[in-house]
Design a protein around this ligand. Structure first.
Ligand code: PEP
Ligand code: MG
Length: 755
């Protein structure tokens, strides 16, 4: 042993042996610091570990006074150790005591040491502790020594992350990795979920840290980089990657990183210092992330994500990890945590096990969120940093009502949420008991309660919720989750299945509402400056009439011998309906001529989402068999507020006089024209706004299935006549300063209406 050459490789080899020996955690850590000190010719080597309370505690030392272990401590940001942990950057000082942050800890006896080198113990860019070496003489540690100590810190990081050091934590002084954290986000889907974290892209755990043969590892790295570059070039040359646009830009950035000499040099250096190729990728990724984590520039942050994705791809190449890491051990109560994900990826998970979805990014109208809501699971979006803070298998509570995610919750919080969840479950049971109760108000007014749907997974909810039918079937969802355009036969089979499941209950199919924010992967229009007002829905469908005709044909065939209800989205002018009727007529003639059975009855309706229809209500109603108000879009266009932009979306109230007067005008026109009317936007599913809709005369509304129970419970106790009188006089009053929402809330309280 004595003549072995010094240097990081020898040390790492020795550390690997130590990691494999059956030692108690304290003994292992003591030996680690002893070997580091010997090898680096340092008089002191110490490990500080970050506790849950933000204090760095001395866990082991060679050279400082032994009885200061588990006593000496510094707060995050305090002293040199705290500065390193807070900044996640090394400090290399020839005279530590003259540094302004230096703090003398008398119990350690460190006053005689002058030179000081400390590095953060990092994992996924997060500091878990600090590793320090000290010498009496004044010297500056060489760059290779800093690198070497950083590499060794990875080994210690592994001991902390695997939970080994938890065993020697003092009671009540738990480590930071078990710290409860609450991440604030936005509520994208109501409800509570208690379960365990499933990282959508599981962090690849590199267990094989130290190499035997650096040349062999360099070769592996080069091969993996080679395949990575080829796979990116392949992606870029694929025809479905358009010549411009965001997707291409991201791939170009990947290519740039994959060829980046600086990155490759850092990786090679880490291998020469003794790491395996995969451990080198992890180390460089962690260092980069620690440096970039504080960036606020959104462009650079996005590039950081690109870089991480690339490093993860490389790790997968080197470790042979699949994107989902296998199904074994998938928890029964899974809360999926992802930076971002597609709707189809969510549907790949075993649905019955999913209790919630947490996204670092996303918008409330993104497809994955619509699908998650349709599944009835709570969703929290914009939960900054959650992926780095969560580990697979961590206990977690998702509070979709308040937009909060509680990672590793303390028992008190856990208990109070369990109580809340029980309360909800009891309410759910009460709603369930209402399933077969007729939706009739206390004063005898019937209001049909329908549900919104879009995928086969929604259909069991028809029975589960007690909805009377499907008031809005968003057909575009099937297109959005498919990787290629669904063929006519596939569409037909799908619609047939929907009708079969509905078992005679009415279903209103809305024709494709794509464009705007609803992106279909294989159908890209040109970039638009203002997509919400752009080439979308029926506008696009009339220009690409082949697409619409195929859909109409599939619907007509699927509804052979039954009732078929078709609804057109985003109608702006009556002639659009006339055009669709012509197409429908042609399709029916085509099918009859081929001997197909046609639907027993056909009803064509329009969605009222564009304010221009307000001044042609009678003409509109003469042209269709029914109207359904899309209040999400109608509100967006009437108030000029982007429904997906959190800054403005909640600025104005759907329960304000102008919007409710608008809706009341629609009700009056429908009464005048004796035309069936429904409303299918989100407001139908919220008790107070739903109550208001009943008050102004809506007798049919469609909502997410989870809302049917609560809305029915509200309806059963409501005196619609009394409410109508109040709301109509409040809407006619042009002098009142009282917000209508307040008036409605008072009414609910005074009349004991449960909202
Ligand atoms: C609406 O706009 O209110 C609506 C129901 O349609 P979507 O949410 O699909 O745009
Ligand atoms: Mg709409």
């Amino acid at each position: 042993m004595a003549d072995l050459p010094r240097g990081p490789r020898t040390l790492l080899r020795r550390l690997r042996e130590l990691m494999a020996e059956p030692l108690e955690p304290q003994e292992r850590l003591d030996q680690i610091v002893r070997h580091i000190a010997q090898n680096m010719v340092a008089e002191v080597c110490s490990v500080y570990v970050l506790r849950a309370d933000g204090v760095l505690e001395l866990y082991a030392t060679e050279g400082l006074k032994k009885d200061s272990v588990h006593h000496a401590q510094l707060k995050m940001g305090q002293g040199l150790v705290g500065t390193i942990a807070a900044s996640a950057q090394p400090l290399n000082l020839s005279d530590a005591q003259s540094h302004p942050a230096f703090r003398y800890l008398p119990e350690t006896g460190e006053e005689i040491y002058h030179s000081w080198l400390g590095v953060p113990i990092l994992r996924v860019g997060r500091a878990l502790g600090v590793l320090v070496v000290q010498n009496k003489e004044r010297r500056t540690y060489r760059e290779e020594e800093v690198e070497a100590l950083e590499t060794i810190a990875m080994v210690v990081a592994e001991m902390i992350a695997t939970g080994e050091l938890r065993k020697i934590a003092k009671p009540g002084m738990e480590l930071d990795t078990s710290r409860p954290v609450t991440v604030d986000g936005d509520s994208y889907g109501d409800g509570l979920g208690l379960g365990y974290v499933v990282l959508h892209e599981p962090r690849i755990v590199v267990t094989n840290l130290l190499n035997d043969d650096a040349e062999h590892e360099l070769k592996r790295l080069n091969e993996a980089l080679g395949s990575l570059r080829i796979s990116i070039d392949d992606l870029l040359s694929r025809r479905d990657v358009s010549m411009e646009g965001e997707h291409r830009e991201v791939l170009e950035t990947y290519r740039m990183f994959a060829h980046d000499r600086g990155w490759v040099r850092k990786l090679e250096e880490a291998i020469r210092n003794g790491l395996t190729a995969e451990a080198a990728v992890e180390k460089v990724q962690s260092d980069t992330k620690a440096r970039m984590i504080r960036l606020t520039d959104p462009y650079l942050r996005e590039r950081m994500h690109d870089f991480e994705d690339l490093a993860n791809r490389l790790l997968r190449q080197l470790t042979g990890y699949g994107p989902k890491g296998g199904d074994d051990g998938f928890p029964n109560d899974a809360i999926i945590v992802a930076r971002a994900m597609g709707a189809a990826e969510l549907l790949d998970y075993p649905r019955e096990n999913i209790r919630g979805l947490v996204l670092e990014e996303g918008a409330v109208t993104s497809h994955v969120v619509i699908v998650a809501r349709a599944m009835g699971v709570p969703v929290v979006g914009q939960a900054a940093g959650v992926v780095a803070l969560a580990e697979n298998g961590d206990p977690v509570i998702i509070d979709g009502d308040d937009g909060k995610v509680h990672l590793r919750p303390l028992p008190d919080l856990q208990n109070s949420y369990e109580e809340k969840a029980r309360f909800r479950a009891r309410r759910q049971e009460q709603f369930l008991a209402l399933r077969s109760v007729e939706p009739i108000s206390a004063d005898g007014v019937r209001v049909d309660l329908l549900m919104n749907a879009g995928l086969l997974v929604d259909l069991p909810q028809l029975d589960g919720s007690g909805a009377q039918g499907i008031g809005l079937f968003r057909t575009e969802l099937q297109f959005m989750i498919a990787s290629t355009m669904p063929k006519v036969d596939e569409q037909e089979a799908f619609y047939r299945n929907v009708l079969k499941n509905a078992a005679g209950r009415p279903v209103t199919f809305r024709t494709l509402d794509i464009g705007g924010d609803k992106v279909v992967p294989y159908f890209r229009g040109a970039e638009e400056e203002n997509p919400a007002l752009g080439w979308r829905a029926i506008r696009l469908a009339l220009d690409r009439s082949g697409l619409l005709r195929m859909q109409l044909r599939a619907l007509l065939r699927a509804a052979a011998g039954r009732e078929l209800k078709i609804m057109i989205p985003m109608v702006t002018a009556v002639w659009e309906i006339t055009e669709v009727r012509k197409l429908l007529q042609k399709e029916m003639e085509f099918l009859s001529s081929r001997g197909y059975e046609l639907p027993k009855s056909l009803k064509l309706g329009a969605m009222l989402e564009v304010p221009s229809l307000m001044w042609q209500l009678d003409e509109l109603m003469a042209a269709v068999d029914f109207v359904s108000v899309g209040s999400n879009d109608l509100f967006q266009f009437a108030m000029a507020v982007d429904r997906g932009n959190a800054r403005v979306a909640d600025r104005f109230d759907v329960l304000s006089r102008p919007f409710l007067r608008m809706l009341r005008d629609i009700v009056r026109a429908a009464e005048r024209n004796k035309l069936p009317l429904t409303l299918c936007g989100e407001m139908a599913g919220r008790p107070l706004s739903s109550m208001a809709l009943m008050g102004i005369g809506f007798r049919s509304i469609s909502m997410s299935p989870a809302s049917i129970g609560p809305i029915k419970a509200m309806l059963l106790g409501l005196d619609v006549g009394k409410l109508s009188a109040l709301i109509n006089s409040a809407l006619d009053d042009t002098t009142s300063k009282t917000p209508l929402r307040e008036t409605l809330q008072h009414f609910a309280e005074a009349n004991d209406i449960h909202l």
